[in-house]
Design a protein. Structure first.
Length: 64
């Protein structure tokens, strides 16, 4: 899990929702907007961070 713990804009804790969001939305079974509504992520800044996040640890780790 490499998502930031808090939203950069408002400071709300969003890291705790990442694993469930990824499991439910990334498989294509559920709409990401519906998953975020169900998890209680209401603010547009927090939703932006969840939807646009990409795990880059596999890309960056060979260069460390």
């Amino acid at each position: 899990m490499m998502i930031p713990v808090r939203c950069f804009s408002c400071g709300k804790v969003i890291g705790e929702h990442w694993e469930e969001f990824e499991d439910r939305a990334r498989d294509g079974d559920e709409d990401p907007a519906a998953v975020l509504d169900d998890l209680g992520v209401d603010r547009h800044c927090c939703r932006r961070m969840m939807v646009s996040h990409r795990d880059l640890v596999d890309v960056v780790s060979p260069y460390q």
